[in-house]
Design a protein around this ligand. Sequence first.
Ligand code: C2O
Ligand code: CU
Length: 519
Amino acid sequence: MCADASQHDGHPAPEDLLDVGSLPRFVDALPIPHKAGPVGFAASREDRRKKVTLYRIEMRQFMAKVHRDIPPSTLWGYADTSPGPTVDVRSGSPVRVEWINRLPARHLFAIDHTLEGASADQPEVRTVVHLHGGRVGPESDGFPETWITPGHSAAYYYPNQQEAAALFYHDHAMGITRLNTAAGLMGLYLIRDEFEDRLKLPSGEFEVPLIIVDRSFRKDGQIYYPVSSDPKSLWVSEYYGGGILVNGKLFPYVDVLPRRYRFRILNSSNSSFYVLSLAPSLSFASPALPIYQIGGDQGLHSEPERVEALILGPGERSDVVVDFRSNRGKELFLRTKVANFLQFRVSGTQVEDPSQLPATLRPVARIPESDAIRTRQLTLADYQDRLGRSKRMLLNGARWSMPVTERVVLGSTEIWSFVNLTDESHPIHLHLVRFQLLDRTPFDLPTYQLTGKLVFTGPVQKPGAGEWGWKDTIRVDPLSVTRIIVKFEGFAGRYVWHCHLLEHEDNEMMRPYDVVPAR
Ligand code: C2O
Ligand code: CU
């Protein structure tokens, strides 16, 4: 089900590809992204007499070292860092962010001009910021076609009228999102609220973001992003990096105290799904240590769940607590199924820990299926060329430029039922809303292809560990029907829904959808 970062993309690797596996591990300290600092105030949209905090964040090209033994890499980032600064805000306090594009005129990577929105007559460098998971008005949502070129800026308004959650901001420019993100354009956006404060979870330096991306590098330190063997269409269907960066470093270590920590984990990889676990040694035979998952994409769960593995697809977040108390003086590792990529060095000193891990967190009321006014059946399908290579994947058989088919009424609830006809998992994301996973059910593909009928081949699978909470991105497994229930709240206007596997998103696996006001 899950690909991993070591998997090869099938294209011949260049001679100068750096063998990430040969690097010494755990020689660089884990960087912690700095917090974005406000620059002033802007007018409130809700109340003219009020002011809201203003941030100004520039996108730039810069050089940074991803590992002690790799020469500096050219990266794109917000505020000269990748990941960018963490925007840390309070629920109920809107902010304005002026996003400024100061990138150079040339892209770091080769553009496939055959993709929708990326034709050769378009400017090479285009950016537009989307706040993933934000309940944001359509004018500030970062619609993929509303990109800006270097020298321009966009002032977006984020109402923050939603519960505490780890959102993230990243680029979303039509046809080149995968390249802009691979270059480094992403950052965390934390919304906090009083309910969360009262839980006394580990905070301050004991709350640590872990932003995970996989990348390959050339020997000179430059990011390697492959192109296909077809010179007319350079797009590749997936990107799997040779190594995993955490907060911008390959194989970092972090010194921790023997106490509880809260980790805000984001998978910002282009294509990779991870099965993450906490290991007591480098040996893959060692049994995983417990992780307490306390939240997901859209905030806190109803109670902590003790898990041994976290499955995280592109765009998904996981909020976890790890207790290092019983591991004083030891080394632990965060690992995928194939690599130990982050080392925890637990100090031997004894410390006080005033933080808590309450037995109950925030109640998550399940949306009854009877609330849904309709069910939409939406397919995910792969279209291949004569050689069986994936050419593009479509949502419900429609390309981006076709008329809008998903028109939902503001305030209404619907069930979206994703029928995955492909042989891989796709992380499906809807802008604007939060939703709940209902279930997944395997079905028989040949029958569906012949008759268009869904014949189920196994039992209905209820959400797995960590999937009971509010989500905004959901793993749609191959040959399964995955059902979510969504209430379309917040704003009317044009949004998008798409696969968050960025290569797919850039090649038509994205559709506009409209939220229309109730009459
Ligand atoms: Cu995180 Cu439309 O994306
Ligand atoms: Cu996909």
